[in-house]
Design a protein around this ligand. Sequence first.
Ligand SMILES: Cc1ncc(COP(=O)(O)O)c(C=O)c1O
Length: 465
Amino acid sequence: MNVAAHVPVCEANKWHVHKIKGSILKSIFRIDIHEQNTHQYNTKSIVGMNVAAHEPVWEANKWYVHKIAMCNWGDIILEYIKKQLSFLKSENLYRGDFKNLCCAQGAKVVIDKREIILFGSNNYLGLSDEPTLKNAAIEAIKMYGTGAGGSRLTTGSYILNEKLEEEISKFKGTESSLVYNTGYMANLGIIQALCNKDWVVFCDKYNHASIIDGCILSGAKLLRYKHCDMIDLSNKIKEFKGKYNLIITDGVFSMDGDVAPLSHIVKLAKEHDIITMVDDAHGLGVLGENGAGTASYFGVEKEIDIHMGTLSKSIPSIGGYVSGKKHFIDYFNNFSRSFIFSTALPPSAISVSLKAIEIIKNDTYRRKNLLEISKRLKNNLLSSGFSVSNTVTPIISIIIGDTEKTIEFSESLYEDGIFIPAIRPPTVPKGTSRLRVSLMATHTLEDIDYLLDRLKYRGKRLGML
Ligand SMILES: Cc1ncc(COP(=O)(O)O)c(C=O)c1O
């Protein structure tokens, strides 16, 4: 690198180079500059010193190069990270304020020594604090210890895993199942194993991030159709159908609580000979016969090729699963990297999931109560003038739009002893920031009425009603 050779370029554009340190090709340079008019200082970084190639970046004629110094990637990355974080803060999109719970997850929790009514949990059936589930974990620890010690394929697999997989298959009405460590890992593992660049994956625009990440990992062509829009899906299939094809949808959409039109989706899939996959993270335990999920709610269990779900929401443990025809499951067992190359779940977590499925199948009261209070809250919110997502589930989003206002609303409710998270982009589309209320079967009518009262009061004060 010959810096001198580039000086004329700088001069031609009226840059003044005050100081140059370092002269090695491919080195990283940090360049301090100041703007001619405002005299503001700024910093830019480039690799190597082909200043000419970077002319557009420097907005020729506007900037004076004040200082060029060699630096390292660490400095540059740190600079980048700081800028990204301060951007998030300036846009009210920064995340980092954890609310630390000092008790079991339930309708009422203790945070900072205060009792708070929690309306932000996916523990829909309120089973997290259930004594029989806690005992199941304790007994499993006594019997099998705390950790699994490695991947099931290399370390030896606890029989509990197979039992759980059998129970999931019975629950979902499928031939076989496989348990992953989280729902996120299940989506990554399923899609990565099945798809490659020869595949086209048709995804609802509001599908969960883990589905999108699985598609990216697989190298498949990802086509996102408009949310629940069957005309758009049909058009996209006609236009872009590839050699191998897959339609993936959430059963219940996590941020709106609405339900995917599965009957239409399976019809389209049949017409065009396409494989279907449903992520039922939020439908299991809540919808369908005995809580078997969204496919059961529509009576299309048999028509879905790949059922995926989590063991971390209505089932209050940790894990994810895939369920379907035996050959599919054998295939995932052999090709899902997130399953093969990760230590299995602790036996206590498996044991809790097993017990929870038993409770969910037999306890219709919780589900019935959950759906009833959800309906009551949604109808009351609508009649009070709130803009509410089109939901039939315990996920009820109050759409605010503006991010700052959403945060202010959430914080004002917290003062009243209510915790509802403010959901912002990129989790939801820009301009649709919202309060995502999620109910539990253990919320009482008094909890719901208090919530309504405070929402109306705070909403009016903030000029939203
Ligand atoms: C629709 C959906 N799929 C998958 C996941 C990931 O599941 P897990 O939390 O078990 O990793 C989530 C949420 O957390 C989700 O909402």
